[in-house]
Design a binder for this molecule. Structure first.
Ligand SMILES: Nc1ncnc2c1ncn2[C@@H]1O[C@H](COP(=O)(O)OP(=O)(O)OP(=O)(O)O)[C@@H](O)[C@H]1O
Length: 485
């Protein structure tokens, strides 16, 4: 009787023979026959192979541009195991951690153990065949993590082990999470491999709600609203509404709208997606971009009045330095950029669909924020309650707001400075940004007198500007009168 070893050897020779014959046949038979043979071959191989495999691709979606959450969770789960078990590792520095973070290198394998079941994990990648030579990695080079196990453990692996992997991985991702700031025009690299829908950086804005100078009652109301939203999963499920909320922040320049968004993200630990509408080609690109945002995120459209007009056509954003002389080359480049923006065809209805169309129900825990300096210019449809659930006016500070400034910046022993700042903020209504700009004694080690002088200069400039505006207006009125006569 043949031994087990002999049987396996025989099987091996047989499989090798089949493979050889299969390769030869493939070259000479018509395509549809080759496809049929290929499927048959795989079934035969699978029958003989006692192991099963499951793959996790790095990217998902039709165009394979969306980072797979399952892949990220598995990667996070395998991280500590890889650093102990793998022989070839990839190392990277992670913000906020002293130690390097390790992960498995390409084509490396480690073995995991779960309730006595052995699981092999390997890291692989697919490189598409390219005909031309390139120095740069291909855009379509995609990684995958693959696990292999004996098929008698199918139930254990698919029902328990994978649940365990995803749970542990997700917990580790949350623990090591840093807020990211995504932007849709940051990653338009020259090279194909660099192009993705969103580019991101770590979000390091230091502002929190404690730093925001505004009416404390209003501030607390906003905090409560945000926290309630983030904990209302069951409520949204019960009433059958997508778990999302819209905020409209409006008010004069420099009154803290961007700072408020940063404080919101910090409070909830959400990523920020800064959507530059003028860089979006059309409605379908807008949809793709929004579909590619993650849960627990804030999508921001700043100065929405400048990005889209009420008929859905594009408007030029007013350049600050219109009156300044410009370098002609830079001017040409700017004009070209502006023209390309004009080519984009995002419409008002496209934007409305993005906010409350069918697809928007796909994500969870999403906030959308519009900011504007001119709320009256916006189409009421865009900001009606239900779309933009909460309208927040950011304005010049009241006395309570001034107290936050005093706490943030002032040397409280300098009564002269204290009084001037109070007057500027509460009475003259200088924008918080202008005041903040001039009040940095703690950080900049400037003495109070310098701050005071700066503030007085700011005040004088404001008065001068006001005088100029008044003069221009009266001249215009006079001219209008002459024309009438
Ligand atoms: N309410 C505020 N509380 C504290 N600091 C503020 C406030 N408003 C403005 N600042 C200061 O002014 C700077 C600019 O403010 P910010 O960019 O948030 O204003 P904004 O309303 O978004 O302006 P814009 O409309 O011009 O975009 C901030 O970095 C901060 O230092």
């Amino acid at each position: 009787m043949s031994s087990m070893g002999e049987i396996w050897m025989g099987m091996g020779t047989l499989m090798g023979g089949i493979m050889f014959a299969y390769t030869m046949i493939q070259q000479f038979v018509p395509r549809h026959v080759a496809d049929y043979l290929s499927a048959y071959m795989h079934r035969t191989m699978a029958f003989a192979n006692p192991y099963m495999e499951i793959s996790f691709d790095e990217f998902t979606g039709v165009e394979r541009l969306k980072l797979s959450q399952a892949y990220s969770a598995v990667e996070a789960y395998l991280g500590p195991k890889s650093s102990k078990l793998a022989k070839r590792l990839k190392a990277q520095i992670v913000k906020g951690h002293k130690d390097l973070a390790f992960s498995m290198d390409d084509y490396e394998e480690i073995i995991d153990d779960f309730q006595g079941v052995k699981i092999w994990w390997s890291m692989g990648k697919t490189i598409p065949e390219t005909k031309s030579f390139s120095y740069y990695p291909s855009a379509t080079e995609k990684r995958h993590l693959r696990l292999k196990f004996h098929r008698r453990h199918r139930e254990t692996v698919t029902k328990s082990y994978l649940k365990h992997v995803i749970k542990v991985g997700k917990a580790s991702m949350i623990e090591n999470r840093h807020i990211r700031l995504y932007s849709n025009n940051a990653n338009q690299g020259y090279y194909e491999y660099k192009k993705t829908l969103w580019g991101h950086v770590e979000f390091e804005h230091p502002v929190t709600f404690d730093h925001l100078a505004m009416d404390p009652v209003k501030k607390q109301e906003i905090i409560d609203d945000l926290v309630t939203f983030s904990m209302s999963r069951d409520y949204y499920m019960k009433i059958g509404k997508p778990w999302k909320r819209g905020y409209l922040l409006y008010g004069p320049p420099g009154t803290g709208k961007s700072s408020m968004i940063a404080a919101m993200a910090k409070l909830l630990n959400y990523d920020i997606y800064d959507l530059e509408l003028t860089a979006v080609k059309d409605n379908s690109e807008l949809k793709k971009l929004l579909q590619d945002t993650s849960n627990k995120s804030i999508t921001v459209i700043e100065d929405v009045d400048c990005s889209l007009d009420l008929t859905g056509k594009r408007k030029k954003k007013k350049k600050k330095d219109d009156k300044e002389e410009k370098d002609p080359i830079k001017e040409k480049a700017d004009d070209e950029e502006e023209e390309s923006k004009q080519d984009s065809k995002v419409t008002l209805s496209g934007l409305l669909n993005v906010i409350d169309g069918l697809w928007s129900a796909c994500g969870k825990e999403r906030i959308i924020v519009f900011t504007t300096n001119y709320v009256e210019k916006l189409d009421p449809a865009l900001i009606r309650r239900g779309r933009m659930d909460k309208h927040i006016e950011m304005s010049y500070c009241c006395f309570e707001g001034f107290k936050v400034f005093a706490k943030n910046y002032l040397d409280l022993e300098s009564h002269e400075l204290f009084d001037t700042v109070r007057r500027l903020i509460v009475e003259v209504k200088v924008s918080p940004a202008d005041v903040a700009e001039n009040l940095m004694p703690k950080t900049m080690k400037r003495d109070s007198r310098v701050c005071l002088q700066n503030l007085i200069k700011t005040l004088e400039k404001i008065k001068e500007d006001e005088k100029l505006i008044a003069e221009e207006e009266s001249k215009k009125k006079e001219n209008d009168g002459l024309v009438m006569e």
